[in-house]
Design a protein around this ligand. Structure first.
Ligand SMILES: [Zn+2]
Ligand SMILES: [Zn+2]
Length: 136
């Protein structure tokens, strides 16, 4: 599902070796890493990569709209490359595993007009919580 590297190439994102490693670490399905996790994985591939470089690249990817920031647990923000396919999150309350899920209804449409208080509602975030098979 995720095609982050292709999308970035298509947009002409300046791809230095360091920035490429950040994009590679984030590419994939069900990827929701904290900035520190991205840094730790990037260091495995490119030992000299600094935390600041990783944070800067993450900030750029978010402002480009190619990566979304997700807060699922009220702690560190997580970075999600699945930015072009609207989805919600299923989170294990024990180990923190996060899965991308696609509810069959439309959560945005499910909010009754009487509870919109005149707002123009543009987006919705739903977090499903429970225990994953390993923790259950
Ligand atoms: Zn779990
Ligand atoms: Zn996600």
């Amino acid at each position: 599902m995720s095609d982050l590297l292709e999308r970035l190439r298509g947009r002409g994102w300046r791809m230095t070796s360091q920035r490429r490693v950040v994009a590679e670490v984030l590419d994939g399905d069900h990827v929701h890493l904290t900035a520190d996790e991205v840094h730790a994985r990037a260091v495995e591939r490119l030992p000299e990569i600094s935390r600041a470089t990783v944070y800067n690249a993450l900030g750029e990817l978010v402002s480009l709209g190619e990566v979304i920031e997700v807060s699922t647990d009220g702690r560190a923000k997580r970075y999600d490359p699945n930015a072009h396919h609207p989805h919600q999150h299923l989170v294990c309350s024990s180990c923190g595993t996060v899965r991308d899920v696609h509810p069959t209804g439309n959560p945005l449409a499910d909010l009754p007009a009487t509870e919109r208080f005149g707002f123009t509602v543009a987006a919705v975030e739903v977090t499903y919580r429970g225990l994953c098979p390993s923790c259950a």
